[in-house]
Design a protein around this ligand. Sequence first.
Ligand SMILES: Cc1cc2nc3c(=O)[nH]c(=O)nc-3n(C[C@H](O)[C@H](O)[C@H](O)COP(=O)(O)OP(=O)(O)OC[C@H]3O[C@@H](n4cnc5c(N)ncnc54)[C@H](O)[C@@H]3O)c2cc1C
Length: 294
Amino acid sequence: MKFPEFDYLRVDSLSDALAAYEAADGEGIYLAGGHSVMPSLALRLQAPAVLIDIAHIEELKGVSIQDDWLRIGALTRHVEIAEHPLIRQHAPILAQAAPYVAHPAIRNRGTIGGNLALSDPASEFPAVIRALRARLEIVGPTGVRYVEADDYFIDLYTTVIEPGEILRSILVPPQQENSVYAFDELVRRRGDYAMVGLAIQGIYEQKKVNDISIVFCSVGNIPMRAVTVEKHLVGSGLDEEHISSALGLLGEDIDPADDPHLPADVRLHMARVLLGRLLRRIKNLSDMTVEVAA
Ligand SMILES: Cc1cc2nc3c(=O)[nH]c(=O)nc-3n(C[C@H](O)[C@H](O)[C@H](O)COP(=O)(O)OP(=O)(O)OC[C@H]3O[C@@H](n4cnc5c(N)ncnc54)[C@H](O)[C@@H]3O)c2cc1C
């Protein structure tokens, strides 16, 4: 389909972007990588009066360490998330998840800021940043505010970002010693959105779980944290008995909806399969690392 008519405005600073949004009187849309905005225009799901191109704003770029936290600018593209040395070192689960996002052409332009602003429930990065207990830096006409990832996602495609606000960066807390992580997903074809995806980040020392975040994508309206399972696993050695009882408890944390392509009980079963797989992977890799070091 053809795009609806709209004006295009390129801005080079955050203040110009905010002013342009204000001037558009509720009829503006920010454009970053464009891989969600452009299809939505072509499908006529949106018809903005003005497309405000924020892709050249320096304040939204760059990956750095600030006060021991990893700061990822909103314009960081998916391909950079996969490859950037600081991300690989300080948030390796993000780099591990990035190749699961779509295809190379989309990863070359899509940005983590656009991805998290859109917040598709099947998207990989929202689950990962929740597992990392990251913080989101949001800029608006009244200044800057910081929101914890646990509080950021509200509902389907809905976050705490208010109209006109801009996600400036993602702040990842410093990695603790003995951090463990794993990301994987089940898909029909590589590059598709996940049928079920799972991000696990935790601390496993002396063969015991000290802390763990378990977050699924594609099983609810927002990335879903399995808090009952997390509590059950803390203090355990990820032995088969604990893993099996954790899989049993998962139904207390997630309750996927039926959909025409995937019945709810099948999705829950897939979530259990993925959870068991990743917990075993974490245990085996960590135990092996300890034994090699000894
Ligand atoms: C064929 C196809 C397959 C895909 N498969 C996957 C997949 O498997 N997994 C996945 O996660 N994604 C997938 N995507 C989506 C892709 O990751 C998008 O690029 C991403 O979700 C949006 O990022 P963007 O930079 O392109 O944002 P844009 O399309 O430019 O913007 C998306 C939305 O966010 C807003 N926005 C953008 N940046 C900001 C900001 N900094 N602050 C506030 N609002 C902002 C825009 O106004 C818009 O509403 C797919 C896309 C396509 C076309």
